[in-house]
Ligand binder design. Structure first.
Ligand code: 1GP
Length: 246
């Protein structure tokens, strides 16, 4: 098992909740902002740094990952929106299959394209079932993936989807309402998935405050992923990190 997979599984076994700071590579094209965000993430004891986005409008991806790795002492994990978002500077990549959708390219197609590069670059792949959940408004990921999110109030669909993913051998489940969503995944849905699968649960999208962060952790989340809230207010990372680790 790779180093980051081991970290996720041991944290889950020990009940240690983790915070992942998401860096959008477009946002990272501004190096001062990127450096400030990464430095804050390290100072606030964030556990992981994710880099990726559904749609890139700059060509700065590899440079962004290299810079994050250079100035941080945290594992750097790719959260790729496409097979082009790979970099040898990363420690691991979430090898995502969009199991809530029925788009074959995002279930297996892009993976075939990306797998030889992941191997050649020597990046640890983390087999991840990615589930898009309705977060109150269309997001870039729902538009770009052309998939229908799981309804917010249907925890049973989420639980059945995650269970199927675990039977297929996926090692992690990532439930996401998408970057900048109006609301996060509900605690009821996290609890329903938690009751069905014994895998690390990564939860992201629309998490903005410490109260929500602690509710999601209590419901069974293992890793919270936060991006937009820190882009809007870099200092918020300290209270959110405290809420996750408390
Ligand atoms: C999006 O889960 C991430 O894919 C983070 O979402 O930007 O809303 O924090 P936010």
């Amino acid at each position: 098992m790779g180093r980051v997979s081991h970290l996720l599984e041991s944290a889950r076994e020990e009940g240690r909740k983790m915070l992942a700071v998401l860096i959008d590579p477009d946002f990272g094209a501004d190096q001062d902002r990127l450096d400030r965000t990464v430095q804050n993430a390290c100072m606030a004891q964030a556990d992981l740094i994710f880099v990726g986005g559904s749609l890139l409008t700059t060509a700065a991806f590899d440079r962004c990952v290299a810079r994050v790795k250079e100035i941080s002492d945290r594992p750097v994990v790719l959260f790729p929106g496409s097979p082009a978002q790979l970099s040898a500077h990363a420690d691991a990549v979430l090898f995502l299959s969009l199991i809530s959708g029925r788009n074959p390219e995002l279930l297996i197609g892009h993976h075939v394209t990306a797998a030889p590069s992941v191997k050649a670059l020597g990046i640890e792949p983390i087999p991840t079932g990615y589930m898009l959940i309705d977060g109150g408004k269309p997001t870039t990921v729902s538009y770009v993936s052309q998939t229908l999110p799981i309804p917010h109030d249907k925890p049973g669909i989420a639980a059945a989807t995650a269970l199927a993913g675990s039977y297929l051998g996926l090692r992690t489940i990532y439930m996401d309402t998408g970057s900048g969503a109006d609301r996060s995944v509900s605690p009821a849905m996290i609890a329903a998935v938690r009751s069905q699968v014994d895998l690390p649960l990564i939860i992201g999208g629309g998490i903005k405050d410490a109260r929500t962060a602690s509710q999601l952790c209590h419901a069974g989340a293992d890793v919270l992923v936060i991006g937009t809230a820190f882009e809007q207010d870099p200092e918020r990372i300290f209270e959110l990190s405290e809420a996750v680790h408390r």
